[in-house]
Ligand binder design. Sequence first.
Ligand code: UDP
Length: 476
Amino acid sequence: MLDGAIVLYPCPGSGHLVSMVELGKLILSNHPSFSISIIIPTAPFETAATHDYIATVSTAIPSITFYHLPSVVLPQNAFFSAKDFPALVYQLGQLNNPNLYETLLAISKRSNIKAFVIDFFCNASFQVSSSLNISTYYYFTSGANNFSYLIYFPKIHRSLNKSLKDLDDMKLEVPGSPSIRAKDMPEITLDRTTYEYRCFVETAFNMTKSSGIIVNSFELFEERACRALANGECAPDDTMPAVYFIGPVVNEKNDGCGKEKHECLSWLDNQPSQSVVFLCFGSMGVFSTKQLKEIAIGLERSGIRFLWVVRTPPPNDETVEKLAETDPSTESFLPEGFLERTKDRGHVVKSWAPQVAVLSHDSVAGFVSHCGWNSVLEAVCAGVPMLAWPLYAEQKMNQTFLVEEMKVALPVKASEEGLVSAAELEKRVTELMEWDKGKAVRERVKAMKEGAAAATSDGGSSRVALAKLAESFKQG
Ligand code: UDP
């Protein structure tokens, strides 16, 4: 007998969207008595890869129904960068509300909606589902330490009369998590006068009024934070709803959507076991030419085998965040002769590599990552230690958590201007791949790999949490 419909509402942006769809697959495979509907907002910056991914899921699992919202006109000419992302998706959420309302109504005429699960960036939709009396859950696509800072943030907000950007080295403290320097908080939290800041605070507020919060992590990986959250210590002035740690939720099939084997995997086949460091910086990571040259020199001097995903620098090389509009060859922004000199032990891939497949390849022994949460979980599931090189969003916090708390990464240190020198990269890559420091994080990440597998096996903490979540859905 069917238990009713679970409607999922992801935020655009591949990292968020894929994670939510994978959550839908997870719910369906463990609790097939629910039907899954996914409402996809149309965003100006979605890529062909995201469309291919949805098409693949929709063909492979016809019992998941996708609804595509019509596109809306964004007020600004949305040139898309990582920095603009939060404001853009918050606006998009608000503009989509009328269409979302109609879609939810239409679904509710066909099935009994038991729960509406929204990405935390889709906070505007909380108002719509509440007005329709639908139980609403938030899905937090990052980790538990991070989530502690979000849900505790209204208290930080009330205790300060200045913006975080003016507090520089002041450290923020949240129960169950390492302290974070004010300036290392996500960009949206730095200036209390902005629209996105208000949305962020309101999200934390609404979350405490929701039916529950789903976090993409597992208890063993973030023990202290999970405990503090479960005890309600992180929302001291509100009632904390149930928090479900159901992760790691990763897209294990992220190998190029079933297309031919990627050439970089064939290259890896020809490298010795556990010899290659992989460098890849998420869906939005882009560097200036100056930074790319430092990376290249550092890799060359280290003598270590590498697989490096390189994106074209922004057209205005002063601003590292803008995505490229032109498409020059990789050679044009790497040091002269670099590709030729390193051809026996290095491989450069333009724009995109099948990261999950790369990380689980036997030749790969280290990962230089921007600390995006999907990348972190994929590395943990593959048992690959990281060099944490944060670029945007919550990634500076993730660096602290990964290095100080979970101990699965070594840090990369940038200059005040944000540049990582060739010497720094050479030193850190060598530490990761060859020194005792690397050995310690390698052993720790292997233990977490086993912990992740146990958490997602029958009776494991994440499966138990998922069963509790399903029970809660049924009460709808
Ligand atoms: N990814 C990939 N190949 C690339 C770059 C990214 O497969 O060349 C995938 C990666 O495996 C991960 C996602 O894109 O699943 C990036 O998500 P993450 O949360 O790490 O970072 P974001 O892109 O959201 O900053």
